[in-house]
Design a protein around this ligand. Sequence first.
Ligand code: PFF
Length: 454
Amino acid sequence: MAAKREHFGGRTAAILALAGSAIGLGNIWRFPYMVGQTGGAAFIIIYLAACLLLSLPIFLAEAIIGHRTHAGTFGAMEQLAPGTRWKWLGLLTVLSPLIILSYYSVVGGWSIGYLWQSVTAGFHASDIGTVSSAYAKFISSPGLPLLFHTLFLLGCAVIVSAGVKSGIEKFNKITMPLLFVLIVVIMVYSISLPGAAPGVSYLLKPDFSKITPSAVAAAMGQSFFSLSLGVGTILTYASYIRKDENILATGLGTVGFDLLFALIAGFAIMPAVFAAGIEPGAGPGLIFETLPYIFAKMGTSVPWLSAVVAVLFFVTIVFAAFTSAISMYEVGVAYLVEQRGLSRHKATVLIFLGCWILGALCSLSFGPLAETKLFGLSIFSFCDMLTSNFLMTFGGLLFVLFVGWKMDKSVVRDEFTSGGTARFNCAVFDAFWFLLRYVAPIAIVVIFLTNFLA
Ligand code: PFF
């Protein structure tokens, strides 16, 4: 079965696909906001340390499992720990990305809706209240959000059903460089706006007094989310990386791109937010409130330029969401193809149906199903809370424990050092092993407890 598996064409293709999974709404909105609120440049330093000392080892742990076995999450566990309870980790990490995909597709759908509006009508509201109520009206209406959710998921299905090489690899190879060009163009526009300077210093002014234990936990949690850890997407993509490829180099490349994109996104968003004279706030909802207001406000000076930037911005958001969503989609498809013997096409259709139904319930939970509560939360918020606060961290912890404490050290070393041929990797293996066995599990428990107590 392993011989028939597809592979990414090379290191660049692998890094672009992994970066495609990592770069998403987390980079475009959550990171810039967190930087500003939590100490500016001081937070960036902590975030950098969290990426390198915590998230990179976890990323590598997942990648080592996938690369070693050349199988999806469930198959990988069956290969490395046959007949044990570890298969439940394999199963959990098939389910959790599909739950995320279901509600992610709803937000992806909203982005398509706003892209559509930016192309057809533009944004003209004169105050933020009007923008907010238009947003609330849009997401609570049953028709359009469902239509856009369907379109978003259908787009993912088309890419994933085309296969690893002709679908996922090709799409990421075109989209990822384009995303970088777009975000740089938007950054240049944003920084050049009158009144943008405070937005730049909001990101750059180091304020070490804001570096509290909870800020450190927040940086760790953000780097975890941003690198799509703990849900099997990294494992599955790494299973498509060729045997002779250097896993550490691939990991460093992915972390580097993810970080770079987050930083550029910060300088694309915050200067414009300040130039428009509004308070920066958090949450994906604000993409659909704050940004349209900014575009409306900027439109009063140079209307055509602001209209073009609005379109570019929503194109960026839609495509960043697409590249993340297909990585989650692929986890489910790999399971159905490899473990259940389905054709790729059938597997794609089945995942589409399952995620469409759960996504539709999430979408309707803003309107007709608003009163349906799970543990006091709407269906959408429940799925979000369950996955980002619990399943991701829990999955990450189990992956780390599996590689650090269950797998044979010589096998891990063999993967990490490309069979002892990569000199630099050999030199840093002991540091990696220490971070993986001791630092990562403790840090994940800290993130978990922070989420739990919050
Ligand atoms: N890393 C993505 C972001 O920063 O937006 C979110 C994400 C993608 C989480 C894929 C989980 C996942 F499996």
